[in-house]
Each structure stands twice: as C-alpha cells, then as structure tokens.
Design a protein around this ligand. Structure first.
Ligand code: TXA
Ligand code: MG
Length: 344
C-alpha cells in the first residue's frame, strides 16, 4: 500500500497551478499519477521511464501485451516520438487535436519498450482537457496513460471512480471533476495509406471521413467471431464489466419489459440502464437514466455501469443504440460489457 496523494483542481485559482506542478514533480520522479482528460481519467507515468511505466501495469493488473497511449501537449512533441507521418495525419491533427483521438504511428524508440508492449508502433494523443495539458506542460515529458481503472472494469469518468479502484496503489490523483466525452479516444492506425479505426471513440468515423476521405474499420470490430484478431491488443480483453451481469436488449421498452417479467418469475431483481423516455414506460426494480442524446449516453455510460452494485440487483438490462456518430463507440463498449445480447 502507498498513500495516494489527492489534489482538487476543480475551482480555478492560483493554488491549482501549485498542485499541478506538485503532481508533475511526482510524475518526473517516476511515480504514477491519475489525472482527468476530456474522455476518461488516465493513470500516468513518465513514458520514457520503463520502471515508472511498469508501475502502471502493476497498479491496474493490466496484461503486459497491451500497449499504452503516450500523451503529449503539442504537435511538435508528438512528432518527437514517431518516425514518418503520412500527410493525412497532419490534416487529422490540425482538425481534431487536441481532442479525443489517438494516432498509431511507427515509433522512433523514444518511449520505453513497455509503453509499446514490444510493438514497432506507438499510440500518441494530445488531450484537450486543460488540467491534462497543464500537467503535461509541467512535467515536459510524454506521459503514458491508460484509463485509470482496474483492468476489466468500466473506465473512470470521475475522481471517485479512480479512488474506488486504485487508492493505495498509485502515488497521486488529480481531481478535476467529471470528464466530458465519457468514452475513450478513437484509436486510429495511421501506418497505412488509408486510416483504420482500431477502437471507435470520441471522434466518429463520419467526422474523420469528412477530413480525409475513406476511413476503414478494423474488421475485428464488426465480426462477432474470434477469427479476426484485433490490431489494438487491448480490444481482445474483457472490458467495462459491471459488478453484476448485463444483458443488452434490442427491441425497445416492450422487449425490456417482457424480459423483466421473465426474470422476475425466476426471482431475480432487475435494474435497467436506458434513456429517460424509455425508463418512463417501464415497471422494474431499479432504473438508471443515461440521459437523452447519444452524447449524454456516452458521457453517463460508465458511471451507470458502476452504479449497479452486487446486492442491489441480480441482473442489468440495457437498451441498444443506433450506430451512428458516437453511437458506434457506445455500442462497441456495451457489447464488450454485456454477457448476453438479446436481439428481436
Ligand atoms: O481516451 C483515452 O484514450 C484514454 C485517456 C486516458 O487518454 N486512454 C485509454 O487508454 O483509453 P487504454 O490503455 O485504456 O486504451 C488504449 C487502447 C488499447 O486498446 C490499446 O491496445 C490500444 O489503445 N493501443 C495503444 N497503443 C497501440 C499501438 N501501438 N497499436 C495498436 N493499438 C494500440
Ligand atoms: Mg482502458
């Protein structure tokens, strides 16, 4: 157990600068510090220091073959970590960075080997959260940071989520309040002539195509079979699992109500995760609203998954969403979190 130092930087003030500098000092000294980004909280360590990076894997219980994303503050710093960059990458950077997008590019070896998990490529991202940017500037080194959750659990969108999973295991936590987007960055393989989405996220396929034309999806994302091996190693692991089993239900409020009645007959307590207008039509044991728009659903999803606790309910039923815009990322996460997918 280590004592986890906690800084609150939610209200603006001069003390915040000092707190962020202190957090940056810990990172420079080879310690792990969790911090907010616009997507989810990240668990950071100096990406050039393999001993520091190893502490991330240790704290999360993360499989060693799953590479980490290197976070930097500027485009110039991004270029310092990679070999060549196809011309479309500059267009993407100029349009979407800082923001919720990660570029997978040939590594030039600046990042420690355990950041890339032995791959020849490195994932790099410029987060847009002001606290993340200030922290990156304060320590002036690339920061490797996966989502700051225990491996397998939903990613953290509040400092409380991070605290629940990792206090006593990490050196520090910068509390910047709830994150915005709520789902992780879009991971784009930029080593080919055409960009390939390895993980859908905060920037949608449609938005990318508007800037660079054709964009592909990693075939492993579409096929339900195990034959396609995902190119983002992390995509093959069980992910985002709530404490109790979750079933994904296609068919709207009627199908959810019908499934509830069946489960009730078996003596189960049932919680439902859905939009407000769907919940209004349902008689079930517990309800958690994900909001109304797809953006709200993305933002509220991980908190919703974490709120249903063992003992409160035996099973969670969750509605499905149209796979347009951020809906693609929402459904990607829900499919991974679900133990069953019931289609009409
Ligand atoms: O929004 C985000 O991306 C958050 C915040 C903290 O920045 N980070 C995050 O990291 O989600 P993590 O480690 O939970 O997910 C990174 C994903 C994994 O699926 C990993 O396999 C993939 O990106 N990845 C990282 N480097 C890669 C590489 N060189 N090639 C292929 N996939 C890579
Ligand atoms: Mg993660």
């Amino acid at each position: 157990m280590v004592e986890t130092k906690r800084w609150n930087v939610m209200k603006t003030g001069t003390n915040n600068e000092m707190r962020i500098i202190e957090a940056g000092e810990l990172l420079k000294a080879g310690e792990t510090v969790a911090f907010p980004t616009e997507t989810v909280y990240g668990l950071g360590a100096d990406a050039t220091n393999s001993v520091a990076v190893a502490k991330i894997f240790q704290a999360k219980g993360r499989p060693q073959d799953n590479p980490l994303i290197a976070h930097v503050a500027t485009k110039e710093q991004l270029f310092q970590l990679v070999e060549s960059v196809p011309s479309y990458v500059e267009k993407l950077i100029d349009t979407f960075s800082p923001g919720p997008i990660t570029y997978v590019l040939p590594s030039n070896g600046t990042c420690a080997d355990n950041v890339t998990a032995g791959l020849t490529t490195v994932g790099v991202r410029i987060p847009s959260h002001p606290v993340a940017l200030k922290l990156l500037k304060a320590c002036n080194t690339p920061i490797a940071a996966p989502s700051a959750n225990l491996s397998g659990k939903p990613s953290p969108t509040t400092a409380e989520h991070v605290w629940d999973d990792l206090h006593g295991k990490i050196a520090g936590l910068v509390d910047g309040g709830p994150t915005g987007v709520g789902l992780e960055s879009t991971v784009v393989d930029c080593t080919q002539d055409i960009p390939i989405i390895l993980r859908p996220g905060g920037i949608s396929l449609e938005e990318l195509e508007e800037v660079v034309g054709k964009v592909m999806m990693d075939p492993a994302l579409q096929s339900a079979s195990a034959t396609e091996k995902p190119k983002a190693p992390g995509m093959k692991y069980k992910h985002y699992a709530p404490e109790v089993p979750m079933w994904l239900i296609e068919g709207g409020s009627e199908k959810i109500q019908e499934t509830y009645i069946q489960l009730k007959a078996e003596g189960k307590r049932v919680g439902v995760l859905a939009n407000r207008n769907i919940l209004e039509k349902l008689t079930v044991d517990e309800k958690i609203s994900l909001g109304e728009s797809l953006e709200e659903v993305a933002s509220n999803l991980y908190d919703g998954l974490r709120k249903f606790k063992q003992g409160d309910v035996d099973i969670i039923l969750c509605d499905t969403y149209p796979e347009i815009g951020i809906g693609q990322a929402v459904m990607n996460r829900l499919r991974k979190a679900a133990s069953r997918y019931i289609v009409e």
